[in-house]
Design a protein around this ligand. Structure first.
Ligand code: CA
Length: 429
């Protein structure tokens, strides 16, 4: 039986029970941008909580960090400060604790989530996107290299590329269909115009807590301790632009127009009771090199779903159409391995950096995490309830992503929404 909160909406089946308490950054009427913790349908205003003196018993650095508009200063304090802060917040929100429940300023400390604008939880200095699902990499590889889907390096290191943090936006986002250079053939000539093959990619992201100085390496056994929490990520992609531009240096403008991030960071501490042992790699797969062997590695069984609702469907109030259902436990490389590899050269990470997993696809056809795979490059279109078909995204489409954890004896935990809507392109000129 899990603990109940005096915030009654937290005790109903939803993403944000007392056991979750994710952190985010928000603004509201008369509340300039600040940090909050989500519980049920409410947000705890951490600045107000500090001003009421309710966090006074913690490390003296915690209160100044929690009155910042972003999480970075708090992230830099490290796991012990995170743990004690979470313990205090959990205590304050428990049904049997009167301190905040009966406080005269409770109204200032607790604000309904409706009407708040969510921002990115932290200043994300650097963003890296990986390619860590063997199912995704094999499917995409098969389309482009049928006889040789996985390149020789793939099972030896987590492949990734350095992304663009200026493109990261908190959900919900409006995604303007980008223009770019595309070519009908591999040899050209190219044309410039709106992408015709706009896609989403279902991903999970890790927010780095404590960083490492340049020239040092995060060891695989230390890597999980440095990850503060997880978010959902939609890495919107222009496939036709990507196909023409990606060689030889990888993704560039095909992925730098918008990347949507879910605004609530679900902490590793909240996730830990749901984690599972890592399943052994299939026989015949190479052993990871020592810098990627993580003795305390875990799989995180996040059930992930992607839905689509066309403009017509939304106008007719139709339920969004389920596109896929997957699980984050199916990833080949863990975030600990991604972080260890990322820093293996001595690359510095900073509090608030984001590493994303790459598209999460599973072995089943209905667990493929992007339209490129689901429609097999557009050759197997999907029927929508409004009578139209999708090979790739159309203007007006709304893509929704959700993630949830369930385990017997524990409350359900979730990430909230990661949503974006496609707007028509600006004229190409
Ligand atoms: Ca991606």
């Amino acid at each position: 039986m899990s603990a109940k909160s005096w915030v009654t909406s937290a005790n109903e089946l939803g993403d944000f029970p007392l056991a979750n308490l994710p952190y985010g950054s928000f603004e509201g009427e008369s509340r300039p941008r600040r940090l909050g913790v989500r519980i049920g349908d409410e947000v705890v205003d951490l600045r107000a909580l500090v001003e009421c003196g309710l966090l006074g018993g913690l490390d003296g650095r915690v209160s100044p960090a929690l009155t910042q508009p972003t999480l970075n200063a708090f992230l830099a304090l490290g796991p012990e400060a995170w743990r004690l802060t979470r313990a205090r917040l959990t205590q304050l929100l428990r049904a049997d604790c009167p301190e905040l429940r009966d406080h005269p300023k409770r109204g200032a400390c607790l604000v309904p989530v409706w009407g708040l604008s969510m921002r990115l939880p932290c200043d994300i200095g650097d963003y890296t996107d990986f390619y860590a699902s063997v199912h995704h990499a094999t499917n995409v590889g098969t389309m482009f290299r049928p006889t040789n889907p996985l390149l020789p390096n793939w099972k030896h290191l987590p492949v990734g590329y350095h992304g663009r943090s200026s493109s990261l936006c908190a959900s919900p986002t409006q995604v303007r269909r980008p223009c770019g250079q595309t070519s009908a053939t591999d040899e050209g000539p190219p044309v410039f115009g709106p992408t015709k093959l706009l896609d989403y990619e279902l991903e999970v992201g890790a927010i780095i807590g404590t960083g490492n100085p340049i020239g040092t390496r995060v060891t695989p056994s230390d890597a999980w301790r440095r990850i503060f929490g997880l978010v959902l990520v939609n890495d919107w992609s222009a496939r036709d632009v990507q196909k023409w531009e990606y060689q030889p240096l990888g993704p560039f403008t095909a992925k730098n127009f918008v990347t949507t991030v879910s605004p609530w960071v679900v902490t590793m501490e909240a996730l830990r009771p749901y984690c599972e042992p890592v399943v052994a790699r299939p026989g015949g797969d190479p052993m990871p090199l020592p810098h990627l062997i993580c003795p305390n590695d875990v799989a995180i069984p996040i059930q992930l779903e992607v839905t689509i609702a066309s403009e017509k469907m939304r106008q007719a109030r139709q339920t969004p159409h389920l596109l896929s259902r997957g699980n984050f436990r199916d990833m080949y490389w863990s975030f600990a391995q991604m972080l260890a590899h990322h820093t293996s050269t001595g690359c510095a990470m900073q509090p608030g950096d984001l590493i994303a997993s790459g598209t999460v696809s599973g072995p089943a056809k209905d667990s493929r995490g992007c339209l490129l795979e689901l429609t097999w490059r557009g050759t197997e279109p999907i029927d929508l309830p409004d009578g139209t078909q999708r090979r790739f995204l159309q203007d007006g489409d709304e893509v929704g992503m959700s993630g949830r954890l369930e385990r017997a004896g524990l409350p359900r935990l979730g990430f909230g929404d990661c949503t974006g809507t496609v707007l028509p392109a600006h004229p190409a000129d």
